[in-house]
Design a protein around this ligand. Structure first.
Ligand SMILES: NC(=O)c1ccc[n+]([C@@H]2O[C@H](COP(=O)([O-])OP(=O)(O)OC[C@H]3O[C@@H](n4cnc5c(N)ncnc54)[C@H](OP(=O)(O)O)[C@@H]3O)[C@@H](O)[C@H]2O)c1
Length: 302
């Protein structure tokens, strides 16, 4: 839940954003949003991932923590949650949590096809709907470009049937971004999902500007380098300018770096801890980082 101080800060943020209404909008209670170019639909800039953090046993102590994570997420204005049928049961845990919390209608569900044949993809899709406890999703992505020439047309077929509202492709390494760039150049896509972080900022050179120009929405994974960035900043103070950027933790710093690129729609950090979820949501409040602040971070983590 947001405290009074956050609400006051949000009010101040509203004033700041009046200067650039074409780029940013507000979603209650104060998270910045970005529009999906294909539709104009606004999404909050802070989303959530499920890899690892949602791979828990139903009813376990970690499961109960995830109930609190999602409560904090939705009450804090979050919407986009990314999962996959090959995340060790994370999608089924997400489906159960959404049903128990009655959050399906608030959630923008992004999931994937990770299969190598038409038959495998069809079977997987049936399982996905069952796991997520829904009859449709919001975004269906081809996982790591796997068999994408066959699976992208299948995802489009499902879109035409109203089973998904958007289609996209994903990768998680800088080494995969040349292939992603090639596909963005020649295929119409609603979304891509890629890695982008202070220690892996390559996407800003070509791929992110290309998505901006072509009107492709962008989800960002591995903003914490799968958690490794926290070990790098252990015992390190935040930069002196953090407070003026509205930042009080390294998690907020890493997330704000990602959403400060104007081509980025939503960043999807994973956590299984409610306190971390609350902290992450604070990164979605204005102001964003200046170009100089972004470059200082890239130099620090190079
Ligand atoms: N190819 C693909 O399509 C692809 C590939 C990779 C990821 N993804 C998606 O992107 C999401 C995010 O990527 P990711 O999960 O690989 O990496 P990430 O978001 O960079 O890092 C997640 C890790 O950071 C830890 N963490 C979070 N906040 C922390 C804090 N304040 N201090 C210390 N540790 C913290 C989490 O542990 P706790 O749970 O203990 O907080 C978790 O282990 C995934 O969950 C998935 O949905 C997609």
């Amino acid at each position: 839940m947001y405290g009074r101080r956050d609400v006051l800060r949000t009010g101040a943020a509203l004033g700041l954003m009046a200067a650039s209404p074409w780029l940013y909008a507000e979603s209650a209670p104060g998270l910045l949003t970005r529009k999906i170019p294909a539709s104009g639909e606004a999404l909050p800039v802070i989303g959530a991932g499920t890899s690892g953090s949602f791979e828990v046993e139903p009813g376990s102590a970690q499961y109960q923590q995830l109930q609190q994570v999602l409560k904090a997420f939705f009450e804090g204005g979050g919407k986009v949650i990314d999962t996959s049928p090959n995340y060790g049961g994370a999608d089924a845990i997400l489906g159960q949590l959404l049903e128990e919390g009655r959050w399906h209608r608030q959630c923008f569900i992004a999931t994937k096809i990770a299969a190598d044949s038409a038959a495998a993809a069809q079977e997987q899709w049936a399982g996905t709907l069952k796991s997520l406890r829904t009859d449709k999703v919001d975004l269906l992505q081809i996982h790591n470009l796997r068999d994408w020439q066959r699976q992208l047309p299948y995802a489009r077929e499902l879109k035409a049937q109203g089973k998904t509202r958007y289609v996209g492709i994903t990768h998680y390494l800088a080494s995969g971004q040349d292939d992603v760039t090639e596909i963005v150049r020649k295929e119409p896509l609603d979304f891509i999902q890629i890695n982008y972080s202070v220690n892996a900022p390559d996407a800003a050179k070509t791929l992110l500007p290309l998505c901006h120009d072509k009107g492709v929405a962008v989800l960002i994974n591995r903003t914490f380098d799968d958690g490794r960035l926290f070990a790098k900043v252990k015992d390190q103070p935040l930069p002196g300018w953090a407070a003026e950027a509205g930042i009080s933790s390294w998690a907020q710093m890493f997330l704000k770096f990602a959403i400060s690129h104007p081509a980025v729609t939503t960043v999807i950090p994973a956590t299984g801890r409610p306190d971390r979820q609350l902290d992450q949501l604070k990164a979605g409040l204005a102001p964003l980082l200046s170009e100089a602040q972004q470059q200082a971070l890239i130099r620090q983590f190079a």
